[in-house]
Write a protein that binds this ligand. Structure first.
Ligand code: IFM
Length: 444
């Protein structure tokens, strides 16, 4: 019997867990970065997040009420290996062990991600992703985590959105670890993350488990028919949609000459072999398409950004274009053909300034419309023959949205950050009904 389509929600450790000092957890780059003045909007502290570390049972009950058959969450590397490499913290693994058992008891498939940007600070102090050793440390951590949970969890995501971690964290300096490296050094970071994925996939597969890689994808179009805009769109597409995908599917980096990079630094013999063919599935995180323009003078980048005309926007200002998700799936299929593994939409959702009405109801019609459009786009892509095996809403609970602090609310469940009270929004009931209808018709 083939596995059922996964209808789920996604989250990440640092954004929800809180309890940063509990049970032997070590500091991560985000603990340290968030302390920098100005790093997080209005100085919001990530320390409480959603206190999921203590309220996980309540959150599992919410998942049960939602009726999803899958839950994507991440393990905090610094909880499992507090100094990044070496001694494994049993108490950290116990937390995920309990979570996995509680999910399985409710028929919810756990889909863990091993790295969602919270690198142990001790590894950053030793050079972070600029150092090849970080890739080996990651593989050891993947081995330890899967040794503990692999008897119950067979599908693992290695990295979440390495592109965002690489560019926002190591080029633009607006995410942890807040570095602003020159382009070739940014590419070295990218290579070490890809190597980490390849080595971790080897560990997972040697235990009979599946290894997925999740990227952020965005179909890119030029703002006008000019040659300059076309070149910009090509460059941005290479960075966003190919840098972390081509090596995994084809064993080669795309042409990075638009970035002045003839050869990616740090690549050693055998690295691309470890990376090629190392994904049993691709996670597609999709939020919006991109319009590229020729760069502004002196920007140092081969592209600029234009506006997506006529689309409504989210609280983040991101244009809402559901067909973009279908376009992206089609593009991946056209581009990679037989080499493309099964796809999972591992994140999709939107932030809105949700208001709690005096009776306690949270009406979020924009979120419902957003999700409805995107689910329809996924289903249409499947009808065209795309092998998409899951769809995960970002996210269950409003949470710590990185440099935006608690300002952007993406959850199906509202969280009062002063009291930690959880209140399902209208979109929660809408998604619950959708999942019930789809799982009933699949079972019929
Ligand atoms: O909250 C993030 C998540 O951590 C990674 N993907 C995008 C989401 C919304 O910005």
């Amino acid at each position: 019997m083939s596995s059922p389509f996964l209808w789920g929600v996604a989250s990440s450790a640092f954004q929800i867990e809180g309890a940063l000092d509990a049970d032997g957890r070590g500091p991560s780059v985000w603990d340290v970065f968030a302390e920098r003045p100005g790093a997080v909007r209005d100085g919001h502290s990530p320390a409480p997040a959603c206190d999921h570390y203590h309220r996980w049972a309540e959150d599992v009950e919410l998942l049960d009420r939602l009726g999803v058959n899958a839950y994507r969450f991440s393990l905090a590397w610094p909880r499992v290996v507090p100094t990044g490499r070496g001694a494994v913290n049993g108490a950290g693994l116990d937390f995920y062990d309990r979570l996995v058992d509680a999910l399985l008891a409710r028929g919810i498939t756990p889909v863990p991600t091993l790295f969602h940007w919270d690198l142990p600070q001790a590894l950053e102090d030793a050079g972070g992703w600029s150092e090849r050793d970080t890739a080996y440390a990651f593989a050891e951590y993947a081995a330890a985590a899967s040794d503990r949970l692999g008897d119950r969890v067979d599908r693992w995501i290695t990295l979440n959105e390495p592109l965002v971690h690489t560019t926002y964290g190591h080029a633009l300096g607006v995410h942890a670890p807040g570095r602003t490296l020159a382009v070739p050094e940014v590419m070295r970071v990218a290579h070490h993350m890809l190597l980490a994925h390849g080595l971790a996939a080897g560990e997972l597969r040697s235990r009979g488990l599946e290894a997925l890689l999740t990227n952020n994808y965005s179909p890119v179009s030029p703002a006008t028919g000019s040659e300059a805009d076309a070149a910009a769109a090509h460059a941005y597409d290479t960075l966003h949609n190919r840098l972390f995908t081509d090596p995994v599917l084809t064993g080669a980096y795309p042409d990075l000459s638009a970035f002045g990079v003839a050869e990616v630094p740090g690549v050693r013999e055998g690295d691309l072999k470890a990376v090629a063919g190392s994904a049993d599935g691709l996670g597609v995180n999709y939020y919006n398409p991109t319009v590229a323009t020729a760069p502004d003078e002196g920007s140092g980048l081969p592209f600029g950004f234009g506006e997506v005309a006529g689309a409504p926007v989210t609280a983040f200002g991101w244009p809402v274009v559901p067909e973009g998700l279908g376009r992206m799936i089609d593009l991946l299929r056209e581009r990679h053909g037989e080499a493309l593994p099964p796809l999972y939409v591992t994140e999709n959702g939107c932030s809105h300034e949700d208001r709690v009405s005096p009776g306690g109801r949270i009406a979020d019609p924009e979120r419902i419309a957003y999700l409805e459009g995107h689910v329809a786009a996924v289903e249409a892509a499947r009808e065209r023959g795309a092998d998409v095996r899951g769809y995960f809403v970002w996210t269950l609970t409003d949470n710590f949205e990185w440099a935006e602090g608690y300002h952007q609310r993406f959850g199906l469940v509202h969280v009062d950050h002063a009291t930690q009270a959880r209140t399902p929004k209208d979109s929660f009931a809408w998604y619950r009904d959708l999942v019930a209808a789809r799982t009933a018709s699949a079972g019929a």
